[in-house]
Structure formats: structure tokens, C-alpha cells
Design a protein around this ligand. Structure first.
Ligand code: IPE
Ligand code: IPE
Ligand code: MG
Ligand code: MG
Length: 320
């Protein structure tokens, strides 16, 4: 268990208790699958960012921070449920996705429920600015998913286009988690902005590595099968970089989206995992981690950077 998780165990436990309350006590058709998704686990990296971004030693901010952390995780869970429907994903957190188990309609309803609960929970922090920040991130997220849909099967996708999508679909929520932790925790405006910048870079690194894990990750570790991006026609950074070296890979990559059988997709995952493009994508992710570290260099108005740095270093190579 990382030191940051051990140290913040009481905060995380309070957040878990809020999350359990938020998903409960509603029509069981949505409450039950939402509760199952919650109890299936997850790394809780976004709540951790909220707590790490808050200045230490201000117990009066605790209830507001707990609700903020829960709200950010609920937005994340809502996007996972909707994202798995869009991606046609079979497994999430080691279990069948809501879409796979209960159908598309239910996945839409469960995601909507989680979004609504998220914003309800955030009002407990008592700040319209906080709600505005999270709403902005939720808008960016849906824009990122639209970008991804539009770019499906586009083997000419550039690294720049890919990074813009990552900024929207993943980094925006990481950035909001950091900004909100700093703001609700009582840090000054300059520190809020620096932590937001930190969150953006960590979020991009996180998504690049998630995209690498789609090729390399053991489902026992990740809780999701390999090759979901390939099957869905989602072109990611390791694939973009491999295609630059070896344009003939476009054929197999497109075939995977057009219905290659399981073993053939696994074979393509193995091939791409071992390709120098994947090593270069990892280097890119590490460069974003370095940029993130730079953002929290120097005095931070009472925020302890140790936990933030540990999270930043942990997003790449996270299962090795
Ligand atoms: C998955 O997020 C979605 C991405 C942004 C890649 P996580 O990897 O944080 O998922 P959980 O919460 O730990 O299950
Ligand atoms: C992250 O992208 C999607 C969200 C921001 C919800 P992915 O589609 O790669 O996430 P996973 O791999 O399904 O967790
Ligand atoms: Mg997905
Ligand atoms: Mg993924």
C-alpha cells in the first residue's frame, strides 16, 4: 500500500462512507448496480488527489473536503458506466460492466443517477465556484468522449489530436480534483492554479499509461481485458507511434476493430506491447510526470507535496 494511502486512510474512509450513502436509498434498479460498481473497488486516485491538494491542519474544512472527494469519484464512476457502454467493454473492476450485465438502457440510467448524486453531494461544500469547476470538468469529459467517437478508426490521428482528447476525457477531472482540493481546503488562488496544472499533466500521463495497459496489462491487475481500445477502433498513443514506424500495421489495427477473433486480438496486443512505439509512449508519459513534478516545486501555502509526488510517480508502471 502506498504511503499516501496509508497516511490518508481516515480521510479515505470518510469518503467511502459518503459514497456508500450517495449510491444507496434510491430505486434499486439503479442503486444496486451503482453500489456494486462502488464495492468492486477502484484505486480512488481522484479522491486521493483532492485530499493531497488540500493544505494540512485545517480540520474545519474536513466535511467539505469529504463531500468534494466523494463528488469527484461519483463523476468518475458515472463516466465509467457510460464509457463502458460506448466502448462496448465487457469487464470493469474485475466484474461484468453494467452495460454488459443489464443492458444499454440501464447503463444510461445508472450513469445519470451517479452524475446527479455527484452534484448533489458537491453542494454540501457550499460553494458555487466548486460546482462550476466540477461541471466544467464533466463537460470536458463528454467532449473528450465525442472526440474519441469521431476519431474512431482514424489511423492518421496525430499525437496532438490524441493529447487534446486525453486532456478532455481524463486530465480535466484530475485537474478539477486538484483545484477543488486546494480551493475547498483553503489554499490561495495561485496554489489552486498550480495544482490544477499538476493535475492536468498527471491526468495525461495516467491516460497514456492506461492506453499502454490496454495492450500490456494483466486483467488480474487492471480488472479489464486487453484489447478493448483495439476492438473499439480507438487509436491510442502506443498505436500512433507504432504506425509512424511501421505503417503496414494499419491493416491489422483496422481488422481488430472489424471483428478479429479473441486470440487474434490477443496476438496483436502482444505484438504492439513489444513494439518500440509502446516504449516511446511510456517515455512520453514519464515526461508528463516530470512536468507535473515541476508544477509543485516550491512553497505551496501549507499543501504538503509528498503525497502528490507519490501519486505522480505511481501513475506510470503502476502494476510492475
Ligand atoms: C479508468 O480510471 C478510466 C481512465 C481514465 C483511464 P481508473 O483507472 O482510475 O479506474 P478505477 O477507478 O481505478 O477503477
Ligand atoms: C477513459 O478512457 C474514459 C473515461 C474518461 C471514462 P478509457 O476508455 O481508456 O478508460 P477505460 O480503459 O475504459 O477504463
Ligand atoms: Mg473505456
Ligand atoms: Mg482504457
Amino acid at each position: 500500500v502506498p504511503a499516501v494511502v496509508r497516511e490518508l486512510a481516515p480521510e479515505l474512509a470518510r469518503c467511502e462512507a459518503r459514497l456508500a450513502e450517495c449510491v444507496a436509498a434510491y430505486a434499486s434498479a439503479v442503486s444496486a448496480p451503482a453500489g456494486d460498481t462502488l464495492r468492486a473497488g477502484g484505486k480512488r486516485i481522484r479522491p486521493l488527489l483532492v485530499f493531497c491538494a488540500a493544505p494540512r491542519g485545517r480540520p474545519d474544512r474536513r466535511p467539505a473536503l469529504t463531500s468534494t472527494a466523494a463528488a469527484v469519484e461519483l463523476v468518475h464512476m458515472a463516466t465509467l458506466v457510460h464509457d463502458d457502454l460506448i466502448d462496448g467493454a465487457s469487464l470493469r473492476r474485475g466484474r461484468p460492466t453494467v452495460a454488459r450485465a443489464l443492458g444499454a438502457e440501464r447503463a444510461v440510467q445508472v450513469g445519470d443517477f451517479l452524475f446527479a448524486r455527484a452534484f448533489g453531494e458537491l453542494t454540501r461544500a457550499g460553494s458555487t465556484a466548486a460546482v462550476r469547476t466540477l461541471a466544467g470538468a464533466a463537460l470536458d469529459l463528454s467532449r473528450g468522449e465525442l472526440d474519441q467517437h469521431r476519431a474512431a478508426l482514424d489511423v492518421a490521428l496525430t499525437e496532438e489530436q490524441y493529447l487534446r482528447r486525453c486532456r478532455r476525457k481524463t486530465a480535466a477531472l484530475f485537474a478539477a480534483a486538484c483545484r477543488l482540493g486546494a480551493y475547498v481546503g483553503g489554499a490561495d488562488a495561485r496554489v489552486q492554479a498550480r495544482l490544477e496544472t499538476f493535475g492536468t499533466s498527471v491526468g495525461i500521463a495516467f491516460q497514456i499509461f492506461d492506453d499502454i495497459l490496454d495492450l500490456t496489462g494483466d486483467p488480474v491487475d487492471t480488472g479489464k481485458p486487453r484489447g478493448t481500445d483495439l476492438r473499439g477502433g480507438t487509436i491510442t498513443l502506443p498505436v500512433i507511434l507504432a504506425l509512424l514506424d511501421e505503417p503496414s500495421l494499419a491493416g491489422p489495427v483496422l481488422d481488430a476493430a472489424r471483428g478479429l477473433d479473441g486470440p487474434a486480438v490477443e496476438g496483436l496486443c502482444d505484438l504492439l506491447a513489444a513494439h518500440p512505439g509502446t516504449a516511446r509512449a511510456r517515455e512520453r508519459a514519464l515526461a508528463f510526470v516530470a512536468t507535473a513534478r515541476d508544477a509543485v516545486e516550491g512553497p505551496l501555502d501549507g499543501v504538503d507535496p509528498a503525497g502528490l509526488l507519490e501519486i505522480a510517480d505511481g501513475v506510470v508502471d503502476r502494476y510492475s
